[in-house]
Design a protein around this ligand. Structure first.
Ligand code: SF4
Length: 200
């Protein structure tokens, strides 16, 4: 079975369990997706899209037209409705909105999600990013708070997780979590800025 088909099976199961929210998106049992803040907006007032590729464009810019380098930043624009044909198309659209989110959660559920601690990620940086290895624990903690906890919807699993049996995040019952298994490139770039600023 392809990974899309596997994710479609997982998504069907999650929807049956009542998990119909992921990040800023509300999932419908009729293969629809919309911004969760548009839950009470009449469908006729939303811009209708009927192909999963539309998700790529919707996710590209925020409501003010600014490019969104981080797809899981809490800045998804409103005012659209994706009405798709089947679960596979929903999975494809979700992958444009939140890359690999379902795969990561599926691996997590199977206790098969590999995580990489922050220091390991930084220690393998080379070239212009090698300097990130000098970030202090305090600076890293401040950056995690700003970049990850305030500026991103993913749940960081790479800080102190050693036992996957311990649920490290609290979610509402209807939420499919967005997980982060290791610090992303944007985080590393910001870590470089922090260290460089310190050296000035
Ligand atoms: S490291 Fe993970 S949680 Fe932090 S900003 Fe990047 S994707 Fe989001």
């Amino acid at each position: 079975m392809s990974s899309y088909a596997l994710s479609a099976v997982l998504l069907s199961k999650l929807l049956i369990e009542g998990k119909n929210c992921i990040g800023e998106i509300l999932l419908g049992n009729d293969f629809s997706l919309r911004h969760r803040e548009d839950i009470h907006v009449d469908a006729s007032k939303l811009k209708l899209h009927e192909h999963p590729d539309a998700a790529r464009e919707i996710a590209r810019y925020d409501g003010e037209g600014n490019y969104r380098p981080l797809k899981t930043a809490p800045s998804l624009c409103r005012g659209w409705l994706l009405r798709l044909q089947n679960m596979e198309e929903m999975v494809l659209a979700l992958d444009f909105f939140y890359p690999a989110a379902l795969n990561l959660y599926g691996a997590w559920l199977e206790k098969n999600l590999k995580t990489t601690l922050l220091r390991e990620t930084l220690n393998r940086q080379s070239g212009m990013y090698r300097v990130t290895q000098q970030i202090s624990d305090e600076q890293a903690a401040a950056l995690i708070k700003k970049q990850c906890h305030e500026g991103c919807l993913r749940k960081t699993l790479w800080m102190a997780m050693s036992d996957q049996n311990v649920e490290p995040f609290n979610m509402n019952k209807n939420e499919i979590p967005l997980l982060c298994r290791e610090a992303c490139n944007l985080f590393v770039a910001q870590a470089r800025k922090v260290v460089k600023e310190e050296k000035k």
